[in-house]
Design a binder for this molecule. Structure first.
Ligand code: GDP
Ligand code: IMO
Ligand code: MG
Length: 428
């Protein structure tokens, strides 16, 4: 089972960090393929809690080589501080590999991200303010700065000047901000160059060789399917492709090499930032999910919007990612409800709709149609096998599996590594 993709099936924060870490001990490489430090992946190992933003969650497994692929956008200051934070806690980070083709987030990208959001006012996306969108925009506009540019000073100067020429006009004339001095940016970037150099590698070649040798490679998505710039709730999305195809472009590995695609799926739904969310709750149930589930952003500290499970979204995730399995997380959070509503379809302008509508206007009007499933009150956090779950919890999982279109191969019953029920091995 050489290559697996693990990605978010909803709007992010499904528990990708925990799932990746769980598999980390059995895989040779864990690869981030898109996004940047907009991600916040929590890993709990014993009594230690780690919040990873840019680094792949496999970095906490000693036998595993963590890789930042070409599709990731990298803030060098964040990279170095995350590495030193882990080193201070005794984590060996020396095996990290960083693609020379990954694009760099510079201070002007974070500035543009923040002023654009301010300018949009009530139409804002609610970005993480980490410069993600402007960095990907520069990449596509062919005025981006790549990791490899740090090692050719004259090219770096030319590229930063070219990027800032245009941006400074916008900053000064549209946003009334002071122009950014390109020499200062170049100096700042050069100051990182030597520290980053030991990690820089031809990651595409290394990963393809590894797969050919039968090594196990896990691609760890950031964000989630509904935040995908092509397949998500555009424009309320991130600026990359968290969906399965993104793993191919973002790591330079062909689709024929991928054997399994695992969707991480929360037993209810959350979202951070603006945009439509049919099952969102504004009542005491929403508040209870937020409190019991600890639904507060790892990156920005914002409260997450909470709602019931949405099977239409899960089915969509199965479709656009070609999911082979689900990892259902946070089932324990639902303990204590007498009945648990699950959205099985939408009502849109008086019609029942089973599939996610492609039209944004339809999606904005979608009203959830709920089916009520019986709840359970027993503590499930110690369950190690499916049969140890209360009958109603088993029935909840089975119902979700049937509605979602792919087998649920693991169930999270707590944040810790061992608080997981494994049903089918992901690595067989
Ligand atoms: P990610 O961005 O997908 O990695 O998810 P986050 O780390 O942002 O948010 C998931 C949160 O849920 C983290 O605090 C995890 O420690 C926690 N978590 C993950 N799986 C479970 C689970 O099965 N049960 C409970 N109670 N918490 C979980
Ligand atoms: P993980 O990997 C949840 C959201 C932001 C905003 C939108 C665009 O932890 O699941 P961006 O800064 O990316 O341009 O913001 O995307 N967003 C996330 N929401 N989890 C994430 O990552 C997210 N990364 C970005 O809140 O709505
Ligand atoms: Mg997160």
């Amino acid at each position: 089972m050489p290559a697996l993709v693990l990605l978010g099936a909803q709007w992010g924060d499904e528990g990708k960090g925990k799932a990746t870490d769980l598999l980390g001990g059995s895989v040779d490489y864990v690869v981030r393929y898109q996004g940047g430090n907009n991600a916040g992946h929590t890993v709990v190992v014993g009594d230690q809690k780690y919040a990873l933003h840019l680094l792949p969650s496999g970095i906490l497994s000693p036998g595993c080589t963590p890789v930042i692929g070409n599709g990731v956008v990298v803030d060098p200051a964040v990279l170095l501080s995350e590495l030193s934070g882990l080193n201070e806690r005794g984590v060996d980070t020396s095996k990290l590999l960083l693609s020379g083709n990954a694009h760099l987030i510079t201070p002007y990208h974070t500035t543009v991200d923040k002023v654009t959001e301010r300018f949009l006012g009530k139409r804002k996306i609610g970005t993480t303010g980490r410069g993600i969108g402007p960095t990907y925009a520069d990449k596509i506009n062919r005025v981006g700065i790549r990791v490899q540019d740090l090692y050719d000073e004259s090219i770096l100067e030319q590229k930063v000047e070219a990027a800032l020429d245009f941006k400074n006009q916008i900053l000064a004339k549209l946003y009334n901000r002071r122009a950014i001095d390109s020499a200062k940016i170049v100096d700042e970037l050069l100051a990182y160059a030597e520290q980053i150099k030991p990690y820089v590698a031809d990651t595409t070649l290394i990963l393809n060789n590894a797969i050919d040798e039968g090594k196990v490679v896990l691609f760890e998505g950031g964000q989630g399917t509904l935040l995908d710039v092509d397949h998500g709730t555009y424009p309320f999305v991130t600026s990359s492709n968290p969906t399965a195809g993104g793993a191919c472009t973002g790591a330079g590995v062909g689709p024929t090499k991928i054997n399994r695609v695992i969707g991480i799926l929360k037993a209810y739904t959350t979202r951070v930032g603006a945009g439509p969310f049919p099952t969102e709750l504004f009542d005491k149930d929403g508040e209870a999910l937020r409190t019991i589930g600890g639904e507060r952003g790892v990156t920005t500290g914002r409260d997450r919007r909470c709602g019931w499970f949405d099977a239409v979204i899960a089915r969509y995730a199965t479709r656009v990612n070609g999911l082979t399995d689900f990892f259902l997380t946070k089932l324990d959070v639902l303990t204590g409800w007498e009945q648990i509503p699950v959205c099985v379809a939408y009502e849109i302008d008086g019609k029942r709709v089973e599939e996610l509508p492609y039209s944004q206007s339809d999606f904005h009007h979608a009203k959830p149609i709920y089916e009520m499933l019986p709840g359970w009150t027993e503590d499930i956090s110690k369950a190690k096998t499916f049969s140890e779950l209360p009958k109603n919890a088993q029935a909840y999982v089975k119902a979700l599996e049937e509605m979602s279109g792919a087998p649920i191969s693991a169930i999270g019953v707590g944040p810790g590594r061992d608080e997981t029920i494994e049903i089918n091995s992901f690595l067989s």
